[in-house]
Design a protein around this ligand. Structure first.
Ligand code: 7PM
Length: 280
């Protein structure tokens, strides 16, 4: 196996990665929960998180900024209003690690104060102040590769050699983290499927997932319901469960330690099968 780090340190807690684990996606955006107003949305988000924990998610990733292709940035106060109450309500209620999906240092600080133990940053701590916020937080961090910005990244992504370029990006960000005082035990790398990548790029990265890791750091893969699944199956997002589970299985077999998914129960079952095969 390409990854030699089999644990992730998350603010005094240890997430075991001997077997692949699931990170459940909790989008707290107006388009993800029916709009009965802010408090209805909060209740619905908390309910969904409890369900994902029950289904076996080891991590719950709470996000308030839509990073879908073409999305507009979200204002700081609005992002705080979306994610902080959810994290605060979940703190201590579930065994899952709480992750905050953000690029803003102010959101990282507030989320950590509310109970988050992981930071998932699609901009890999490149916003001013983000690296420092992550270092002092004690949190684990997910460094994701993205070519460009969400608003424009899918316009015409181009690489000479996608695997080598993503790997080089990981090397640079890993070095920046070490220099800033963020140790390897707190870092996970993510190729950012769909973030400035064509279908061919995504498939190339998936096939070579094991070659992407730097210093044996664990790999996180997010393929769930993405347009890649749509392109391969011809199905709309709500009908992409089976294709997504197949991709999660392939990613795990190719060395991914954390699978970021919407359909937790189905993926947890599939990964139990993968683990049994890997450990026999
Ligand atoms: C529309 C398209 C809405 C895509 C939302 C998305 C990743 C992530 C996302 C990922 C990490 C989604 C994506 N994808 N963070 N955030 N890795 N670390 O499926 O692949 O939620 S947004």
């Amino acid at each position: 196996m390409a990854t030699s780090h089999s644990v992730l340190h998350c603010r005094g807690r240890v997430l075991g990665l001997e077997q692949p684990v699931v990170m459940g996606v909790l989008n707290v955006t107006p388009d993800s929960f029916s709009d009965g107003g802010r408090f209805v949305r909060l209740d619905a988000a908390v309910e969904r998180a409890l369900q994902m924990a029950e289904e076996g998610a080891a991590v719950i990733d709470v996000g308030g900024e839509s990073t879908r292709p073409g999305a507009q940035p979200v204002d700081l106060d609005e992002e705080l209003r979306r994610v902080i109450p959810v994290i605060a309500r979940l703190r201590g209620r579930i065994p899952a690690i709480l992750s905050v999906d953000t690029s803003k240092p102010q959101v990282m600080d507030a989320a950590v104060a509310a109970g988050a133990a992981m930071i998932n940053d699609v901009r890999a701590l490149r916003q001013p102040g983000a690296l420092e916020a992550a270092v002092t937080s004690g949190c684990a961090v997910c460094l994701m590769h993205m070519l460009g910005e969400p608003r424009t990244m899918q316009e015409s992504p181009s690489y000479h050699h996608v695997v080598a370029e993503v790997r080089q990006f990981f090397e640079q960000r890993f070095e920046a983290c070490l220099v800033a005082g963020l140790p390897a035990e707190r870092i996970v790398l993510d190729p950012g499927f769909g973030f400035g990548k064509t279908r061919a790029h995504n498939l190339e990265l998936l096939r070579h997932l094991g070659d992407l890791s730097v210093d044996g750091l664990p790999i996180l893969a997010g393929l769930s319901r993405k347009s890649l699944v749509g392109a391969l199956t011809g199905r709309p997002p709500e009908e992409r469960v089976h294709g997504s589970v197949a991709l999660a299985v392939i990613a795990a077999l190719n060395g991914a330690s954390i699978l970021r998914v919407h359909d937790v129960a189905a993926t947890v079952d599939a990964l139990k099968v993968v683990s049994a095969v890997q450990n026999s």
